[in-house]
Design a protein around this ligand. Sequence first.
Ligand SMILES: Cc1cc2nc3c(=O)[nH]c(=O)nc-3n(C[C@H](O)[C@H](O)[C@H](O)COP(=O)(O)OP(=O)(O)OC[C@H]3O[C@@H](n4cnc5c(N)ncnc54)[C@H](O)[C@@H]3O)c2cc1C
Length: 482
Amino acid sequence: MEQTSTYKLIFLYILLDKPKMLLRPSPFPSISPLPRSLKVSAATQSPLPPKKTGVTIIGGGLSGLAAATHLQADNIPFVLLEASDNLGGRVASDKVNGFIFDRGFQIFITAYPEAQKLLDYNNLHLNKFYSGAKVFYNGGFHTVADPIRHFPDAISSLINPIGSVFDKVLVGLTRLRALTLTDEVILTGDEIKTVDFLRGVGFSDAMVERFFKPFFGGVFFDRELETTSRLFDFVFKCLALGDNALPAGGICAIPEQLAGKLPEGSILLKARVVEIDVEGGDGFAVRLESGEVVKSELGVIVAVEEFEAAKLLAGNVGGGIRVKKPVRSTVCLYFSANLDMIPVKDPVLFLNGSGKGIVNNMFFATNVVRTYAPPGKGLISVSLIGLFDDVEEGELVERVVKELEGWFGERVVRAWEYMRMYKVGFAQPNQCPPTDLMKDPRVKPGLYVCGDYVTNATFDGALVSGRRAVEALIKERVRVDS
Ligand SMILES: Cc1cc2nc3c(=O)[nH]c(=O)nc-3n(C[C@H](O)[C@H](O)[C@H](O)COP(=O)(O)OP(=O)(O)OC[C@H]3O[C@@H](n4cnc5c(N)ncnc54)[C@H](O)[C@@H]3O)c2cc1C
């Protein structure tokens, strides 16, 4: 966005005699502190909805927080209304008795371009994974290593059964190809299903089944790899350029960092929006479940999940938002163990390349981030693709334990203590072709959308979408007001 547009907008704002709305502390006392796990300054939240603001943001996931960050940078007052009692949306962690449980297996790729602009990596205290994976196949583990970062491992893995030597050369060529493409070309270029793309490149069935399906299936929560090749290219490029990492404070440290920089009184938790009115003569209004109404001068940014946007925007979007099915789901199980029952020390991801069983991937979280468990304990994270909603919790735990006994031995796995399970029904929207990963955030004058379904279902996609919604709002307001 051009700097001049921003100044122009602020100037118009002051001309319109609205200086009272420019950033300032909330006049209301704090009555509903944030949970301890979310280290956002309590001053950030407003206990009561303001009657009027500059922009109303609905939803406090990464996209809503990114939108708020950009509005703040442009000195545009806003209020962010979040339905739950937590910020971060799907990027959340629970901290219990010294353990950190991310709500589902999530990894931050340091090369995400938008994240690099918005986040302070030093303060996230990122801990890296090994660049590669150990694939369980035919009763044993086989290493797949990034040849640039772990050259000796890559050489010694050339002749393992996870693909042929030719497959491993192809990985290098596919990487080179992705690196030569700009993100825009990747996200708007030709697309097919990822599985068809991989076969078209010439990867063998063994490589697709034993490595790509568990690895990228775990990224997209889509074991069949029907997700668009655009997203494969984008993630593959980011993996080539950066590291897989986790913050020392849990994945929730990412939204916490964004929220912690927002101005006083700008966030309202437990504030579910049930109606949006952008047609009234007196600015734009949203109605909360509680009945209260928040009006905004410049517009409304809807930063909720796709299915929720479809409900909230019904009547505002011609033809409505069509939610593509199936949406992507996952189950994440956590176990803890004494450190002598953690069979490896490497910060590596384990993949199920056997073609059997229900486990897709797992890792010893405390091998990557020591702070994920109290001293003397290890934390184990196991992920399944799909929701398994017809399987009882106890039965699912038993099936996973039995399966992992085949990986690490009965003595080790039976010593693990089951901690908890997260069944995430809506982890990501369906991103099968045809996709539009650069949707127009403008719904109508004063109404904008952001969220991973508007761009792509990664942390980065959500952050980009928040910025683009603010850019669209500012562009339109400057045009209208001048
Ligand atoms: C288990 C899991 C693993 C993942 N792994 C990765 C990964 O490894 N790497 C990666 O890049 N991405 C990953 N993702 C995807 C990534 O987390 C999401 O794409 C991104 O966080 C979506 O952000 P968002 O702001 O679009 O939506 P959300 O995070 O869903 O935020 C929407 C917010 O809107 C609020 N809301 C909804 N309705 C209302 C309403 N009516 N009024 C007010 N508020 C409302 C919700 O409570 C929520 O806080 C993962 C996702 C999950 C669930």
